[in-house]
Design a binder for this molecule. Structure first.
Ligand SMILES: Cc1cc2nc3c(=O)[nH]c(=O)nc-3n(C[C@H](O)[C@H](O)[C@H](O)COP(=O)(O)O)c2cc1C
Length: 176
């Protein structure tokens, strides 16, 4: 089993969720966890499962403008640190370059503010739509992991990410 986890993250929360999923994936086989800025298209070759996650910005996937906004927020708030891989193109650009997948299994996640998804928006919906457009096979419903108003991952979300990841592998094994 080869799992590739691609994440975009400005403040480190989506990165952390990707790491948690990667820890579970590592117990089931080979795993690569990469920021989108380093996710060359070749990295997906031979993947049995591709997991893609990003932060919710302006109700959906980030854009150049919202990422710039995130950087200015980090300048204003001392407790917000930019992730080492925050700079560079986001998932939108990455998906534009992607070709058809050859039907590998895939799962989408996001991080977003605590609150009803209809109000906050969910980047995972857009990620899931793009994955399916590129012919990936959805193995599980898209999932959101929640941050508080200070942009810190809420208690219990890291564990929930691990549980979500385990369900993916259970489903993959069940589907043969
Ligand atoms: C410019 C900007 C726009 C945002 N818009 C939304 C939004 O529409 N809905 C929401 O739930 N969270 C929104 N957020 C909060 C982000 O979802 C949160 O910062 C992100 O999940 C943190 O993930 P990261 O640490 O991986 O960057 C926004 C954050 C920024 C910086």
């Amino acid at each position: 089993m080869r799992t590739v986890i691609v994440y975009e993250s400005m403040y480190g929360n989506t990165h952390q969720v990707a790491y948690e999923i990667g820890q579970v994936a590592g117990t089931r086989g080979e795993v690569v966890v990469v920021p989108v800025s380093e996710a060359t298209l070749g990295i997906l070759e031979g993947a049995d499962l591709v997991v893609v996650g990003g932060p919710t910005h302006a109700h959906g996937l980030s854009s150049t403008g919202t990422r710039r906004g995130a950087e200015s927020e980090a300048d204003k708030h001392e407790d917000l640190e930019l992730d080492p891989d925050a700079e560079g193109p986001g998932l939108r650009t990455w998906f534009h370059q992607l070709g058809p997948s050859g039907s590998a299994a895939a799962a989408a996640f996001d991080t977003r503010l605590h609150g009803p998804g209809v109000l906050t928006g969910r980047a995972s919906k857009g990620i899931d739509r793009r994955l399916r457009h590129h012919r990936f096979r959805r193995i599980i419903e898209p999932e959101s992991f929640l941050v508080d108003k200070e942009n810190h991952l809420m208690a219990g979300e890291a564990e929930r990410a691990r549980t979500w990841a385990s369900s993916q592998f259970d489903r993959l094994e069940a589907s043969g």
